[in-house]
Design a protein around this ligand. Structure first.
Ligand SMILES: Cc1ncc(COP(=O)(O)O)c(C=O)c1O
Length: 413
């Protein structure tokens, strides 16, 4: 006898509400509508708004031909699932990429992108403002594999051409750079790269595709630590690496060899984060600008490095190429405070937390020291520097938290 509750399940039919639209139709909608529709197909989900979670390793095939030739859209869990494909497809739509692969962290999406474009004997150019673990990967594993990394000033502009040699295969960009926040002149770098047949990779995590269109600017491979703004709630790790037509086959092939798949739950959480990405980013942008401006007027602060502020190196590039700014920037304090004062300030904040991974709803503040590991850029400042990430709290509360913190810094309480 059939289970009555099962037989009561409605058959997927045209009478049910269908939110699925064609790729062409999707592109005619505004961004908010697109973000709400991407990566789901209600008529295939029994009318449920959100896609189901597919966990799985084994995929059952019905014929010998199918299993012998890995046929079917999904033939083995490690090669993809509907949950993975929903996020990959949505990201391709958002970035205009030919293809996207997902990985278990932002750092793994960086290493996959690099490994897919280099071989032993190559010389690669990497901006000196790169996320520090990327540098560790280049100086460690890539060096061991026979790839030589040369760092360049992120604001080098046309002079980058002079660094190109006969075996230069790749230019790596991160814009704005980690900690020092320089927005790079991406059109100039892409022009030079194309002239010499060199590929480009951009870490676009800070801006996301909403604030910077990497492939539209000619970048070959763009990556996003979805751990940050896409997830948005500090509860997942995921990386998204997208490629244009020219680099997609190499990226997919490298990825398939490495089998670096994120967990299905994290893919679903990332897809959920996509629905509100624009709302969170706009709110964070507004609050961050308010706070950065306020900080720039404080007597304790020597410099604020926020890409949307005139004082930030590379600001003109940001103004020309970016559609918005997110919530991470840096400040440098005047050279008048002690380590004890800094500890008293940072260890006793109420709202700003000491934590690494940004992009969530909590505000964070951590000390930074670019001088300790940069090899090209001179860091002229001598005062303590800090990276600030603004979350979703009220700016007035954040200012009060900082105000009390500055008092502790100065030994006033
Ligand atoms: C600019 C940038 N790219 C990549 C990453 C790596 O992301 P994940 O923490 O997911 O490995 C980070 C992490 O902080 C980052 O700041």
């Amino acid at each position: 006898m059939s289970n009555p509750s099962q037989s009561a399940l409605p058959k997927v039919s045209n009478e049910m509400a269908q939110l699925s639209v064609s790729e062409n139709q999707l592109s005619t909608f505004g961004l908010s509508t697109q973000l709400s529709l991407l990566g789901r197909n209600t008529d295939e989900q029994y009318g449920f708004v959100n896609p189901p979670l597919y966990r799985g390793s084994t995929v059952i095939h019905k014929t010998l031909d199918s299993i012998e030739n890995s046929k079917g859209k999904f033939y083995y869990g490690a090669a993809g699932s509907p949950t993975v494909a929903n996020l990959e497809d949505a990201w391709c739509h958002l970035t205009g990429a030919a293809g996207t692969v997902l990985s278990p962290s932002g750092l793994s999406s960086i290493t996959i992108a690099l490994l897919c474009l280099v071989k032993a004997g190559d010389h690669i150019l990497v901006c000196d403002s790169v996320y520090q673990p990327t540098r560790v990967f280049c100086d460690g594993l890539l060096a061991k594999l026979g790839v030589r990394t040369q760092y360049y000033n992120p604001l080098i502009g046309d002079d980058l051409e002079e660094l190109i040699g006969p075996n230069t295969s790749l230019i790596y960009l991160e814009s704005p750079g980690s900690q020092t926040m320089e927005t790079q002149d991406i059109p100039t770098i892409v022009r030079i790269a194309k002239k010499h047949g060199i590929k480009t990779i951009l870490d676009n995590t800070w801006a996301t595709p909403l604030f910077f269109n990497a492939h539209g600017h000619g970048i070959d491979i763009s990556l996003e630590a979805g751990t940050k703004y896409l997830g948005g709630h500090s509860d997942l790790f995921i990386g998204l690496t997208s490629a244009n037509e020219a680099c997609w086959p190499a990226l997919r092939k490298t990825y398939d060899t490495m089998c670096a798949l994120p967990g299905a739950d994290d893919c679903l959480l990332a897809l959920r984060g996509m629905r509100t990405l624009h709302l969170r980013l706009k709110e964070i942008e507004r609050k961050t600008l308010e706070l950065a401006t306020w900080l720039s007027e404080r007597s304790e602060v020597a410099e604020v490095r926020h890409p949307a502020m005139k004082t930030c190196p590379g600001h003109a590039n940001w103004l020309r190429d970016y559609k918005g700014s997110s919530g991470v920037f840096s400040i440098v304090l005047k050279d008048a405070f002690t380590r004890g004062g800094l500890e008293n300030m940072l260890e006793n904040m109420s709202l700003f937390k000491l934590g690494f991974s940004w992009g969530g709803y909590d505000s964070l503040i951590i000390p930074i020291n670019p001088r300790a590991y940069r090899t090209i850029l001179e860091w002229p400042q001598t005062g303590f520097a800090m990276r600030v990430q603004v979350g979703l709290e009220d700016p007035e509360d954040l200012k009060r938290d900082l105000e009390l913190g500055f008092d502790r810094l100065a030994g006033k309480n």
